[in-house]
Design a binder for this molecule. Structure first.
Ligand SMILES: Nc1ncnc2c1ncn2[C@@H]1O[C@H](COP(=O)(O)OP(=O)(O)OP(=O)(O)O)[C@@H](O)[C@H]1O
Length: 444
């Protein structure tokens, strides 16, 4: 029987989930905090870890990082509330297998577990091998749509020039891939490319993360630490989610960029640094400047050249190209040999809005590749949000009276366990519109 470690401090909830998993033939241990979870992991080998994002002595991402550092290649699934989904997406970048939002849908829990366990047994790339590979690769696939062509042109134009580049675009459009490609096409390509997620750094340690510190300079500084600026020296520093920097960090960043020098915390010596800065955001930074949340001088310093990465829904000509690319990648990762997509699947792909952009496409294809038992990916292995949107949309067109709209909203809410965000997605309307309609129809 497969063993699962459940890390969750809500005792009632963890007990309920444990019972559910035990009923499905898993052996389950529960830890209520990170410390205990790490002790458990020392004692026993688990097949899967299910961890809450918020724990009394840290967050699930800290636990994830520790596990990834250790020799156990155990998949980690994060449990989040809906408000934390963007953090969970970041966690997946750090190596989490998947995340699942509370309240849970039982079949979703079992599906995620099956995927994670299957992935563990079919994975063909040993974790160790991945870690040791230091060569940076981007796997940048050039699109064929007109907006992709403009994107490629801009990348080639700016790469050789030492300008700061601000990359904008929705989440999952490929901003980090664009940043790496610029670095690889620049004269700095043999030097480090350091990517930092500004949204994931706790504000108390941000200065030390950027500029480093000396041993003993503050409680917990047990050894000297090199900051990201110094690590990126000679190369490129990529700051993702730059809009999340605190005002204080913005000032420090601006100073470092202007003076081209940094001083680690607790050190009296300044260090010269030569970095090229690339930043990315999915927020409207100009609006943040207008509101006074982001410094205007820093904005101009970062935005010497800007590149907007288009949404997937605006480059539908590229869709099949990327779908094929992600299918090949999934085949390699999962040791499968799926050859393509059914016609219906391609139609659904073309009609879907892809709010999660290329990342969502990649995830959908990976899951479908894993689930499919035939050589062709067909509709039944697509996640519900893709297939239901089609149905809901067509029924929305058929029924335009208020009564039917009300019925449609009720059925969408029932389908997603009353979760408003998911229901709005299903109905293809914004959450705000959904709330307005709930009020209008007295459906609280
Ligand atoms: N041009 C591309 N060629 C191949 N794969 C791509 C391309 N663009 C994006 N991807 C893939 O899509 C996924 C999302 O890309 P990436 O992480 O760069 O997006 P992002 O815009 O930085 O996301 P976020 O805003 O959440 O940080 C990754 O798996 C990436 O490998």
């Amino acid at each position: 029987m497969k063993g699962i470690l459940l890390v969750e401090d809500d005792v009632a909830f963890s007990e309920m989930l444990k019972q559910f998993l035990v009923r499905h033939q898993y052996v389950v241990d529960v830890s209520y905090n990170i410390k205990n979870a790490l002790q458990q992991l020392e004692k026993k080998n688990y097949d899967l870890i299910f961890t809450d994002l918020r724990l009394p002595d840290g967050d699930g991402i800290a636990l994830l990082k520790q596990i990834k550092k250790s020799k156990h290649a155990v998949p980690v699934v994060l449990m989040t509330s809906y408000a934390e989904v963007s953090t969970a997406v970041q966690a997946m970048k750090q190596g989490a297998f998947d995340y699942i939002s509370k309240p849970f849908n039982p079949s979703e829990v079992l599906e995620v577990i099956n995927n994670a366990l299957e992935e563990k047994t079919t994975s063909v790339v040993p974790v160790q091998e991945k870690k040791e590979s230091t060569k940076l690769s981007t796997d940048f696939v050039k699109g064929i749509s007109s907006s992709s062509k403009v994107l490629d042109e801009y990348i080639l134009l700016v790469a050789p020039i030492n300008m700061s580049v601000l990359i904008t675009g929705e989440s999952g459009t490929g901003k980090e891939v664009v940043a790496k490609t610029i670095h690889l096409k620049s004269p700095r390509h043999n030097k480090p490319f350091i990517a930092v997620d500004c949204g994931a750094i706790p504000r108390e340690i941000a200065s030390s993360e950027f500029f480093g510190h000396k041993k003993g300079s503050f409680t917990g500084a047990n050894e000297d630490k090199i900051g990201h600026f110094e690590s990126a020296n000679g190369g490129t520093l990529f700051l993702d989610e730059v809009g999340n920097l605190t005002y204080e960090n913005q000032i420090q960043l601006l100073r470092a960029l202007q003076e081209r020098k940094i001083k680690p915390i607790g050190s009296s010596k300044e260090i010269k640094v030569d970095i090229r800065l690339i930043t990315a955001t999915n927020e409207d930074l100009l609006a943040a400047v207008e509101k006074g949340d982001f410094r205007e001088d820093l904005y101009h310093r970062l935005n010497e050249f800007s590149i907007k990465v288009p949404n997937l829904k605006d480059r539908k000509d590229d869709l099949i190209l990327y779908a094929d690319y992600f299918l090949n990648k999934a085949n390699q990762q999962l040791n499968k040999s799926v050859i393509g997509f059914s016609k219906d699947v391609l139609t659904i792909f073309q009609n879907y809005q892809w709010p999660g952009n290329l990342r969502e496409l990649s995830n959908v294809i990976k899951r479908a590749t894993l689930l499919t038992k035939s050589e062709i990916i067909d509709v039944e292995v697509l996640p519900i949000e893709l297939t239901k949107v089609k149905e809901s949309k067509s029924s929305l067109n058929k029924f335009s009276t208020k009564e039917n709209e009300k019925a449609l909203i009720i059925s969408a809410l029932e389908e997603v366990g009353n979760n408003k965000t998911q229901a709005a997605k299903l109905l293809n309307i914004t959450r705000k519109t959904l709330y307005n309609k709930l009020k209008e129809y007295n459906l609280s």
